[in-house]
Design a protein around this ligand. Structure first.
Ligand code: PRP
Length: 212
């Protein structure tokens, strides 16, 4: 039985739709039935584990899951050793740098050496600012990142934006792009070799329905 780690939260619905469309699961209701964290599909010989997105690469790296679905943002931030098999073309958004509308900053390079940057993504933020020659002070938060510049906790934020609503409604302004994001199919290194045919079959089914 193959184990696939799926991300709970906003990406879940889209992932289930994609799996159903690719006929990997019968219907998207499979994982919506309860608060169970392990769901078996004996007919297809798959088992699904439902994890917090940030933990999906950890389950896959350790081989507890053979495959996983996770956003590119989480994949980079987690720095886990897994294979990235394909772009699933869902969960599209952007990682951006934003400041308060009241700020006089217009570009990332204008952030000074003592710039305070709030984020849920300390690794990505550190390497992004380093690549711009800026040594920022990272303030790590766990959510509602947009609040930080509004209350004077940070000069800027690095966060994801999808519709732009949160940025707009909180009087923030984008001054830089870090990278575009979408969901990725990832695999454990050993599983990829051991179950190559099965994993290839899943990948081919997904390639048949993915629209990038
Ligand atoms: C994410 C992100 C932004 C928001 C952007 O937060 O951190 O706050 O979504 O979406 P939008 O551009 O469509 O408005 P999430 O909802 O995951 O919750 P969080 O604030 O707890 O991180």
């Amino acid at each position: 039985m193959l184990t696939i780690a799926l991300p709970k939260g906003r990406l879940m619905d889209k992932v289930l739709e994609l799996l159903a469309e690719a006929q990997i699961i019968d219907s998207k209701e499979l994982c919506e039935q309860s608060r169970k964290l392990i769901i078996e599909d004996p007919k297809a010989n798959f088992r699904y584990i439902l994890a917090k997105p940030i933990d999906v690469p950890t389950y896959v790296e350790h081989g507890v899951a053979d495959l996983g679905v996770v956003g590119k943002d989480i994949l980079i931030e987690s720095e886990r050793l897994v294979y990235e098999l394909m772009d699933l073309g869902i969960g599209k958004c952007r990682m951006i740098v934003a400041v308060s509308d009241q700020s006089n900053l217009n570009e990332v390079k204008e952030l000074g050496f003592s710039a305070k940057v709030a984020t849920k993504y300390p690794n990505i933020t550190t390497s992004f600012f380093r690549s711009h020659g800026i040594q920022s002070e990272i303030i790590e938060l766990n959510g509602s990142i947009e609040l930080a510049p509004l209350v004077g906790l940070a000069d800027a934020i690095v966060d994801i934006t999808e519709t732009g609503t949160t940025i707009r409604e909180n009087g923030l302004r984008i001054i830089g792009e870090v990278f575009p994001i979408s969901a990725r199919l990832i695999a454990n290194h050993v599983s990829y070799k051991l179950h190559y045919k099965k994993l290839q079959d899943i990948q081919e089914k997904l390639e048949g329905v993915v629209q990038c």
